[in-house]
Design a protein around this ligand. Structure first.
Ligand SMILES: Cc1ncc(COP(=O)(O)O)c(C=O)c1O
Length: 384
């Protein structure tokens, strides 16, 4: 990226243009489509059906139905409408600092995106599985918290509709832990609820091990939602689920004027094809490992207390005052983020305290990009 003075920046933060800014395949697909037709799904056409079939074929466990939206928020909004209709419940369980979107409904169950302190009575939170500060086995701890919240909802006469999870727990501070969701999801399904996997952050290869975060974490969802990288910057999101879950929603129906228009669908098809053709999941794995190794080496050399964690190209560096007390250090995180920006490298910080460096480059990050990121990180950290 270049600023107005022509300075070049390395973008190590952008998971929307995940196959790269201005990717020619996406530009070409959109342009050709715009010359042909760009209209809504009331006009049934092959490309949207072909894309839906391609997209659902990348999922397992009977997730064979797709619906398209313009944003991740709309996808989560729709997922909850479907879940409530299918289960007859209204209760929702999310992680403590989850963010799932900006519509009125989704914001009401996104603790990180709310201005009001109190959550609605049907919304319950559980601590994220925390391998750094938490104690005990994370999947068991998560399941116990979920069970307690299901019980509490039950005591208040509220039936569970959904447990909504970003499998990387991004806004909670980045805790990608394989196999962490199984026991919790089991409790949810026993209580008649559905597991909604929010793939807005973890989808489209980011984990470096699979196309979908739920495949990486090893837990099939009842409903998957997606957005952000889906159109490499074109506004498209989606919901993928099973036919039996949509049975009751059929009578409600769903229409979204711009959701599933031809041009965003053309972009999304180009993204999916490029991820496969350029082997970008594998690139995310390799370069992600390189980045984590490089960051850990710098941190160790500089004697900065921190926990480096992540999966593929989603990496967190939890900066603390001391590895025993683990007090979060947001001021240090801000200095690193701004210091890197001054060196023309873009990252950010996340988590409830804002002390976890968030490094989430486009999946096309090269070895040279990794070298530059690490050497600039070294420069900034050694001057803290
Ligand atoms: C996990 C997660 N879900 C949903 C959303 C909402 O997506 P959008 O901004 O496209 O509405 C976001 C956005 O940051 C997100 O991080």
């Amino acid at each position: 990226m270049w600023d107005r003075d022509g300075n070049e920046y390395l973008d190590a933060y952008n998971n929307v243009v995940s196959i790269g800014h201005g990717h020619p395949r996406v530009v070409d697909a959109i342009t050709r489509q715009l010359y042909k037709i760009n209209t809504n799904t009331r006009y049934l056409q092959h490309d949207v059906v072909d894309f839906a079939e391609d997209l659902t074929s990348t999922h397992g466990a009977g997730l064979s139905m797709a619906m398209f939206t313009c944003t991740g928020s709309e996808a989560n909004d729709l997922a909850l409408r479907i879940a409530r209709q299918a289960t007859g419940g209204t209760g929702i369980i999310v992680s403590e600092y989850a963010y799932h979107g900006c519509t009125r409904d989704v914001a009401s169950w996104s603790p990180a995106g709310r201005s009001e302190a109190n959550l609605p009575k049907e919304v319950r939170v559980v601590p994220p599985p925390d391998t750094f500060r938490g104690s005990g086995e994370p999947s068991r701890a998560l399941a116990e918290h979920v069970e307690a919240q299901i019980e509490d909802l039950r005591r208040q006469g509220i039936r569970l509709a959904a447990f909504v999870v970003d499998p990387m727990f991004s806004s909670d501070g980045i805790f990608p832990i394989p196999n962490v969701l199984g026991p919790a999801v089991q409790r949810v399904q026993q209580a008649g609820g559905l597991f909604v996997c929010d793939e807005v952050q973890s989808g489209f290869g980011r984990t470096g091990a699979a196309l979908w975060g739920h495949q990486w974490v090893g837990q099939n969802p009842d409903i998957a939602t997606m957005g952000k990288p889906m159109g490499n910057g074109m506004p498209i999101g989606g919901v993928v689920t099973r036919a039996d879950i949509l049975e009751k929603f059929k009578d409600v129906g769903y229409f979204n004027t711009f959701g599933g228009e031809n041009a965003p669908v053309a972009a999304a098809q180009a993204v999916l094809d490029t991820i496969r053709d350029e082997d970008l999941v594998e690139n995310a794995r390799r370069r992600g490992e390189d980045i984590r190794r490089g960051l850990s080496n710098v941190i160790e050399r500089a004697g900065v207390p921190a926990d480096v964690r992540g999966a593929g190209m989603y990496i967190g560096v939890d900066l603390v005052d001391d590895l025993d007390t683990k007090k979060p250090m947001p001021t240090v995180a801000t200095r690193v983020v701004n210091g890197l920006r001054d060196r023309h490298v873009l990252i950010s910080a996340a988590g409830p305290y804002g002390n976890v460096l968030k490094i989430r480059p486009p999946l096309v990050f090269s070895e040279a990009d990794v070298d530059r990121l690490i050497s600039e990180f070294d420069f900034v950290v050694s001057r803290l």
